[in-house]
Design a protein around this ligand. Sequence first.
Ligand code: THU
Length: 160
Amino acid sequence: MKPLTITSRLEVYDSIDEVPQDVQDLMQKAIEVRDAAYAPYSNFKVGAAIYLENEEIVVGSNQENASYPSGLCAERTAVYYAGAKFPEARILRIAISAKSMRHKVVSPVPPCGACRQALVEYEVKQEDPIELYFMGETGKVVKADSVKDLLPLVFDSTCL
Ligand code: THU
C-alpha cells in the first residue's frame, strides 16, 4: 500500500474589491443574473457568468421545478448555454455568486459536485483549465485555477 495525498491550492480574497477589475466585472454579471433565478422551493438564488475566449459573456441562474430533480443549477445552465451558443470558444473563466432569500450568505459558495463534473468536461474538451471564482452574497471570494482543483480523481473521457 502507498498513500496517495491530494492537495489543491486555492486563493482566498477578503472581498470582491480585491480581485482584478475584469473579474469584478464578471462577478457583477453573476450577481445581476442571480436575481433572475427561479428558486421558489429553495429560496436560494445562484448566478453564474462565463467569460469566453471570443470575449463573449454567457450567464445562467438556477431554474427549479416542482419535480425537484428536473431543476438545474446556475453553473450548468450557463455552461450548457455557452456550449450550445459558442461551441468552438474556449471557456476562460466562470464567476459564481449565491444569495439566500432567508439569511445573508457570507461564506463563499462553491459549485456542487454535479456542476464540477459538467464544467470539467469542457476543461478536458478544450485542453485548457477554466478559472473559477466563487462567493456568497458578500464576503470572501475563492479562486481555483482549474476545475480539477475542486474535483480530484476526476472521471472523464480518458476513463472510458
Ligand atoms: N444551486 C446552484 O445553482 N448551484 C450550485 O452549485 C449549488 C446549488 C442551486 C440548485 C437549487 O436551485 C438551489 O441552489 C438550492 O440547492
